[in-house]
Design a protein around this ligand. Structure first.
Ligand SMILES: [Zn+2]
Length: 257
């Protein structure tokens, strides 16, 4: 059971000095602070991970009806919360829930957009697996598109087999795509590519490049090379270490010249 507390740390109070789940409006605005946000804030500050809570306790704490609370618990599950009920775990009683993992709550800033049925947690798993890089064109999150210094790529989740064709929302059917590849739009004023012209270039390819290209076209996505993977790992290091890496790689190059 959840032990309700009466002393909360500073973080439990909104910028208006009210406990987050008791505030009626978003700080400094007349925008109503919604039921989902109150619920997320209450759970965040009142139930530790691994602990349980019950519907009657929630109803009392948030002065809300079970029907609304159930709907909001479902929407929190799309925001990273893992909240098994007795239907998922028979060791729990009727109307009892466990906070297995906490997700987004309003103190973290704007509510993330939930893209349909794919939870934030699954999105994270897919982005991490793909190195936060578009599997179609290869651009990385926050990188520029080639030749467009003012562009910044943003990543989104795509389905290998479309949902309309029965594709699932499980990670094995999901992949990281940049917003451009996810929503292909014909760029205005751009001349359409011509098959012959592309093949003029391809004829100059080495056997190894041909093999790679063939694989990408067959798979409908690029595979990431060892170089890609190591580059992403190096990118995760600090500035100093990256500069170190650059000079050490240069030394290696000179040594092999
Ligand atoms: Zn892309």
């Amino acid at each position: 059971m959840t032990a309700l507390r009466d002393d909360y740390p500073e973080g439990a109070y909104s910028p208006d000095g009210v406990l987050w789940w008791e505030q009626e409006f978003h700080s400094g605005t007349r925008q109503v602070f919604g039921g989902e946000q109150k619920l997320a804030a209450w759970l965040y500050w009142n139930v530790d991970e691994g602990s349980t809570f019950t519907m009657p306790v929630l109803r009392e704490a948030l002065d809300s009806e079970a029907e609304h609370l159930n709907r909001r618990l479902r929407s929190l599950r799309e925001l990273g919360w893992v909240l098994p009920s007795y239907q998922d775990d028979r060791t729990l009683g009727t109307g009892q829930y466990r906070v297995e993992a906490k997700g987004w709550w309003p103190g973290e800033g704007a509510r993330p957009r939930t893209g349909g049925a794919v939870s934030q947690r699954i999105r994270r798993v897919v982005f991490d697996r793909d190195g936060s890089r578009c599997v179609i064109c290869g651009v990385g999150s926050g990188e520029q598109y080639p030749g467009e210094p003012t562009s910044r790529a943003t990543m989104t989740i795509g389905h290998r087999i479309a949902q309309a064709l029965g594709g699932s929302d499980r990670p094995d059917n999901l992949r990281t795509e940049c917003s451009r590849c996810n929503e292909p739009r014909r760029e205005e004023g751009r001349r359409p590519e011509r098959f012959d012209e592309i093949f003029t270039e391809i004829r100059r390819f080495s056997r190894e490049d041909l093999r790679t290209l063939h694989q990408w076209v067959v798979d409908g996505q690029r595979s990431r090379s060892k170089v890609d993977e190591i580059y992403d790992r190096l990118r995760s290091l600090g500035h100093e270490e990256q500069r170190d890496a650059a000079s050490r790689i240069q030394e290696m190059l000179l040594g092999r010249a």
